[in-house]
Ligand binder design. Structure first.
Ligand code: NAP
Length: 115
């Protein structure tokens, strides 16, 4: 049986790469969603969106990536990069799905030699 994979943030850099790679993986059934279909700034809307949907794997490529602007749009940045990820994790756990969330090296100064 095909494994179903949801990719959020489909139009971003990472999401676009996954769209290109998807045809190379015929055993996976991909669903790509953009902000228009699934707005991660609203956790209530995320929960509602998932009520009639299930995926084996959720790959979260959506993110607030305007790092400098995040200093002024703190609430929005936290909603997308924090709260929404927790909401997706809670949904994934409840639905027995796997959640893959892409992190960033932007929070590290690059001076450590261990993870
Ligand atoms: N690109 C890299 O080299 C790289 C390296 C390390 C880690 N990462 C991580 O990979 C993830 C994706 O990065 P990226 O480079 O692909 O970023 P990106 O090009 O800025 O894409 C981010 C995507 O998130 C979407 N998004 C923003 N707000 C949203 C919302 N409220 N609801 C739903 N979608 C929303 C954007 O949609 P719109 O198109 O509508 O704005 C965009 O498609 C990030 O967590 C980043 O830290 C990326």
């Amino acid at each position: 049986m095909l494994k179903s994979v949801l990719v959020t943030g489909a139009n971003g850099q990472l999401g676009s790469e996954l769209q290109q790679l998807a045809p190379l993986h015929p055993k996976l059934s991909f669903t790509f969603v953009t902000r228009t279909e699934l707005d991660l700034s609203d956790s209530n809307a995320i929960n509602i969106w998932f009520t009639d949907k299930h995926f084996d794997v959720i790959i979260n490529c959506a993110a607030y990536t305007a790092v400098d602007k995040a200093e002024t749009e703190v609430d929005l940045a936290n909603a997308i990069n924090g709260t929404a990820v927790a909401t997706l994790a809670t949904i994934a756990k409840a639905q027995h799905s796997s959640l893959i969330h892409i992190s960033t090296d932007y929070v590290f100064a690059g001076q450590h030699y261990r993870p």
